[in-house]
Design a protein around this ligand. Structure first.
Ligand code: TYM
Length: 325
C-alpha cells in the first residue's frame, strides 16, 4: 500500500494538523510504504516572505520527524525538489475544468476577500492531484477539509484512465473519527487554521506551556456548565472533548463520566496538562532535529528517492498522451 500526504509550510503546524493528519502519517508507517511531502509550491499560491518560507519548510520537516515519522523508513521531501509535480500538474490542468475548480470551497473561501485571485490559487487542487497521482498512491491520510480535493483527484484520474487507458491508480482518502476536524478555540464554528489572526484560536506544536494554558483557559465554551459532547448545541466543549480524547487516548464517554458534576474550570485545567505533556516529547525532539545537518541530508535523500518513484510514472503518463519523442 502506497501512502502519500502533504502539509503546507505556511506557519507552524497546529493541533488540527497533528490530530487530523500527522498522527495518521505516523501510524500508517506500520502498514504501508509512506511518502510525506512539504508542499512549498502550494504555499506560494498566496504571497510568502522568501526567508520565512525557507524557515517554515525546515520547521515542518523537523516537526514531521519529531512526531515520529522516520525519514529512513518513509520518504520525507520538499515538493519543489521533485520537478515531476509541476510537470504532471500541467498535464492534469489540461484535463480538468474551470467549472469543477470553481466549486472548490477552499478556493471560494480563500479568494473571497480578494478582487482577483492568483491563478495558482485556482489550480491549487490540480497540483494536489498531481502530488498524489505522481506516486501511484493508494491512500491519502488527511483531515476532513481535504475531502473535496481528494474527490477531484479521483475524478481527474478516472477521467484520464477512461480516455487514455489505464494510467493512474485511483486513490482513497483516509479520515479519522476523532480529530478529522479540530475547530478554532475562539470560534468553534470554524476550523483551527494556521492563518487565523488570533494566535489563541490554535495551539501550535511548538507553543510553550504558558501559551497553551492561556489559549485553553480562554477557549469558548457555553453557559450550561456540564462537560458533555453535543456538537450542535455545545460546539466549544465538544471540540475540547475531542482534543482531550485524541491526545489522551481516553474515549469521550469515559471523559464525560469522569467530569460529571464538575465545571469547565477543572476540565480545562486537566486538558492543559494533557496537551502540555503530550507535546513535551515532540518539542524536545524538534529542538534536536531542527538545527541538525542531518535534517538537510534526510530531505535531499528523500527527494532522490521520491524522484526515483515519480520518474517512471511521469514517463508512463507522457507516453499515454503522446508527449515528447
Ligand atoms: P494543510 O497544510 O492545510 O493541512 C495539513 C493537514 O492537516 C489537516 N488539517 C486539519 N485536520 C483537522 N482539523 C483541522 N482544523 C485541520 N486543519 C488542517 C489537513 O486536512 C491536511 O491533511 N492541500 C493540503 C496540502 C496538500 C496535500 C497534497 C495533502 C498538498 N498536496 C497531497 C495530501 C495530499 C493542505 O492545504 O493541507
Amino acid at each position: 500500500m502506497r501512502v502519500f500526504s502533504g502539509v503546507q509550510p505556511t506557519g507552524n503546524i497546529h493541533l488540527g494538523n497533528y490530530l487530523g493528519a500527522l498522527k495518521q502519517f505516523v501510524e500508517l508507517q506500520e502498514e504501508g510504504d509512506c511518502i510525506y511531502c512539504i508542499v512549498d509550491m502550494h504555499a506560494i499560491t498566496l504571497p510568502q516572505d522568501a526567508k520565512q518560507l525557507r524557515e517554515s519548510i525546515l520547521d515542518v520537516a523537523a516537526l514531521y520527524m519529531a512526531v515520529g515519522i522516520d525519514p529512513k523508513r518513509s520518504i520525507v521531501f520538499v515538493q519543489s525538489e521533485v520537478s515531476g509535480h509541476a510537470e504532471l500538474g500541467w498535464i492534469l490542468a489540461c484535463n480538468s475544468y474551470t467549472g469543477e475548480l470553481s466549486r472548490m470551497t477552499q478556493f471560494k473561501q480563500k479568494s473571497k476577500e480578494r478582487e482577483s485571485a492568483p491563478t495558482g490559487l485556482f489550480v491549487y487542487p490540480v497540483l494536489m492531484a498531481a502530488d498524489i497521482l505522481l506516486y501511484d498512491t493508494d491512500v491519502v491520510p488527511v483531515g476532513n477539509d481535504q475531502k473535496q480535493h481528494i474527490e477531484l483527484t479521483r475524478d481527474i484520474a478516472l477521467r484520464i484512465n477512461n480516455t487514455y487507458g489505464e494510467t493512474f491508480v485511483v486513490p482513497d482518502g483516509r479520515f479519522l473519527k476523532t480529530g478529522a476536524r479540530v475547530m478554532a478555540l475562539d470560534d468553534p464554528t470554524s476550523k483551527m487554521s494556521k492563518s487565523a489572526e488570533n494566535a489563541h484560536s490554535r495551539i501550535s506544536l511548538t507553543d510553550d506551556p504558558a501559551k497553551i494554558k492561556k489559549s485553553i483557559m480562554k477557549a469558548t465554551t457555553d453557559s450550561e456548565g456540564s462537560v458533555r459532547f453535543d456538537a450542535a448545541e455545545k460546539p466549544g466543549v465538544s471540540n475540547l472533548l475531542s482534543i482531550y480524547s485524541a491526545m489522551s487516548g481516553k474515549s469521550i464517554p469515559e471523559l464525560e463520566k469522569y467530569y460529571e458534576g464538575s465545571g469547565y474550570g477543572a476540565f480545562k485545567k486537566d486538558l492543559v496538562d494533557v496537551v502540555v505533556e503530550g507535546l513535551r516529547p515532540i518539542q524536545e525532539r524538534f529542538a534536536e532535529i531542527r538545527g541538525s545537518e542531518q535534517l538537510i541530508r534526510d530531505l535531499k535523500d528523500g527527494a532522490e528517492r521520491a524522484n526515483a518513484i515519480a520518474e517512471p510514472v511521469l514517463k508512463r503518463v507522457k507516453e499515454r498522451f503522446g508527449l515528447g519523442l
